[in-house]
Structures are given as C-alpha cells and as structure tokens.
Design a binder for this molecule. Structure first.
Ligand code: PLP
Ligand code: COI
Length: 339
C-alpha cells in the first residue's frame, strides 16, 4: 500500500490536511439523510446556527494505527460511538446511530488510507463532529444538524514526546461543574479551558490540573486527559461523578493495571494532597496516550514526582497499551478492529 510522503518524524498534534472528509445532514425532523465523502476543505454554515450561537456541538477523538500485522486498526471504536451518542443526548442533538458512526469512520479512513503514518511513527487522528447547523434565535435546540468527520495524521500531543509533564493546579478556574456538561465531549468544556491553559502556558507549564468545583479538595482531570496517581501497589483515578470525561484510555488502563500488573485499582475521590506525594502520576487520553507527570505546581510550591522521571508502572502501562494498539502484542481483551 502506498503511503504519503510526509515527514512523519516531524509531526506534532496539528492539523495536517488529508484528501477528504465526510458530511451528512439531518432533515428538519432530525432524521439523517445519506452523507457523502467530499474533498477536505471549508464548509458553509448559517450565521444563525445553533453551534455558532449557543455552542450546540460535540466531538470525538479516535486514532487509526498501522499495525504489526500490516493492516490499519482502531482501538475500542464502539466505545467512541457510544460516547458520541451520550454526548449528543446531553446537548439535545439527534444521535448518530452507532453502526452509522462506525461505518462512516471506516469510510473516511479508507478514503485517506495513505495518510495513516507508518507503524510507531504516529497515527491518523479522526475527529467526528456533530453540531446544530440549522438556524435558531431564541435559546433552543437547532432545527437541523450536521455530522462531519475529518482526519489528520498526528504525532505526539505534547512537544518533546513523552518527557514528564510540568502541570499547574488551578484554584482560579474550574473546567466543569457538577451536573453540568463535563462528562460529555461538548465543545463548551474546551472553550472553558482555553484561558486557564493560556495562563499556565505563559508561565511555562504544559497544562492545567482542575479541581472539583464543589470544594476544590479533589483533583478532576487535565484539560485534555484523565489523571492517575500511584502509591505502592494502589492505582487511583478520580471517580466519574458527572464533571469528568469518561475516558476510553482511562477505562482501558484501569483494566490493564488490574489484570496485567496486579495492581489494586480505585475509582475514588482523589485528594490533591495525596497526588502531590504519590510515587507516580500520569495522565491518559487518545491524544496524550499515557503521559508521565513529573512536576505539579500548587500554591506557589513545586512538587516533584518520581524525580521528574517516567515511573516504571507508567512505562509498563504505556507499553501495554501501545503494544495492543499496534498489534505488537496480542489483543486479549478484544479491543482491536481492523479497517
Ligand atoms: N478528558 C478530557 C477532557 C478529554 O478531552 C479527553 C480526550 O478525549 C480525555 C479525558 C481522555 O479520553 P479518551 O481516553 O477517551 O481519549
Ligand atoms: C483526544 O484525546 O482525542 C481529545 O479529544 C483530547 C483533546 C485533543 C481535545
């Protein structure tokens, strides 16, 4: 199979345009009309659309990998399909039926197969979007919707690959409120994180750690990834109490830690103090994979975790996950499907 002649080792997590994308629209009753693959490029949208006026939009993040079996594979794609439907329901949009979601992802990747990086040198990032594209003026759900899928070859999310991250705990901002939309992959959650992220980056941090809005005692997540903290043989991650995104990597890492490494895993209220004195801290996500956290700043104090080095458990979990994703190790949990 021919592969595009891109400089794969220079890829970061940026938009690298591909050949084509997919667009489907609903009729005014919210029923999906047949969609089509079109050349990658700009779309036109009503200035009165629900998404532009009231943020009625959600997205997903998925990777397609070239694998050791010389094929293109997806990791737990049906979980993204389920979460897309759950997020859609939360902001009152007609869900994309799960089989249509999966078939569409396959169709777009097939049409852009040559943009999937060589094994171990990145992935094809798949970005499904669902938004209210019909016009509204009063605050209400839009009359019609668009489902768009575009793809982009990507490399590491953070500059410098997997070097330990330097994160800032903020008490000045919250990402999401209890009973809000934090557990949906709704676009508004990400606009809320841009300003705190900008401030953190200006001070030299890679990203922000958010605390729970109710009393700021417990850690929630990073703006783009879930958090984990290891002490001895116990691996803890914040429980899904409504304001945290239910990460698919999170769910998979919990399983790998328990079944493959014999760790005790706990989904619990995770106190900031506990995380600051942990043996290892890392974050997980489709974009970030499993990424060590080496320094956490809080209240003008810097806490160094594991001497600012990637810990052994973090490394093992990362290797277990990427081994399965690239089919270098057997897929004993049935997480892989191929194009
Ligand atoms: N938390 C947030 C806010 C995210 O945007 C993501 C990315 O999707 C995650 C966590 C990790 O989720 P997943 O592992 O499903 O990619
Ligand atoms: C992902 O991990 O795929 C995400 O969606 C996180 C971020 C890039 C928004």
């Amino acid at each position: 199979m021919k592969i595009q002649n891109l400089d794969w080792d220079q890829l970061g997590f940026n938009v690298n345009p591909s050949r084509s994308m997919f667009i489907a629209e609903t009729d005014e009753d919210g029923n999906w009309k047949p969609g089509k693959i079109v050349p990658y490029g700009n779309i036109s949208i009503s200035p009165a659309s629900g998404v532009l006026n009231y943020g009625q939009g959600i997205f997903e993040g998925i990777k397609a990998f070239r694998s050791a079996k010389d094929r293109i594979v997806f990791f737990r794609l049906e979980e993204n399909a389920k979460r897309f439907a759950a997020s859609a329901a939360r902001v009152v949009m007609p869900p994309v039926p799960q089989q249509l979601f999966i078939d569409t992802i396959h169709e777009v990747v097939k049409a852009n197969e040559d943009y999937v990086p060589p094994i171990g040198r990145g992935a094809l990032y798949i970005r499904p979007l669902l938004c209210g594209s019909g016009p509204v003026l009063g605050v209400s759900p839009a009359p019609s919707y668009s489902f768009i899928v575009f793809v982009s070859p990507v490399g590491p999310y953070f500059k410098g690959g997997v070097k330990p991250l330097n994160l800032l705990v903020t008490k000045d901002y919250h990402r999401a409120a209890p009973k809000g939309i934090g557990n949906a992959k709704a676009i508004g959650n990400y606009s809320a994180s841009l300003y705190p992220q900008r401030l953190a980056k200006a001070r030299g941090y890679d990203e922000v750690i958010y605390l729970n809005a109710a009393n700021e005692k417990f850690v929630e997540e990073v703006g783009s990834a879930n958090l984990f903290s290891l002490k001895g043989k116990v691996l803890k991650t914040p429980r899904l109490a409504g304001s945290i995104l239910p990460g698919i990597t999170r769910m998979s890492v919990l399983r790998l830690a328990k079944d493959k490494l014999g760790l005790k895993v706990e989904e619990t209220d995770l106190e900031l103090e506990e995380m600051l004195t942990a043996d290892e801290v890392f974050c997980t996500g489709t974009a970030v994979v499993v990424c060590p956290i080496g320094r956490i700043a809080f209240d003008a104090e810097e806490h160094v975790i594991n001497q600012n080095k990637m810990g052994e458990v973090t490394r093992e979990l990362r290797n277990l996950l990427t081994g399965i994703q690239t089919e270098r190790t057997p897929d004993e949990f049935g997480w892989i499907t191929s194009l």
